[in-house]
Design a protein. Sequence first.
Length: 73
Amino acid sequence: MSVEEWELIVQIENPVDLLSLAHHGCDLRGIYQAQDLMDYFGMLNGPTYLTLVRHFWVRSQLYDLKASQLEME
């Protein structure tokens, strides 16, 4: 199956969504600010390089170890 890079739709998610947690009654922002972890969460939720993800996904290949060994024999 051949897929072109421009055909891929990359779903971007935030592993740590503090605003959503606060909206649902679990406000942890003050705790993480006191521990100086906000920069860390900013890094986790950082930019997703769509071009890099698409480039990698289109060119990735899977190999079956048993099939490869059988072919080598």
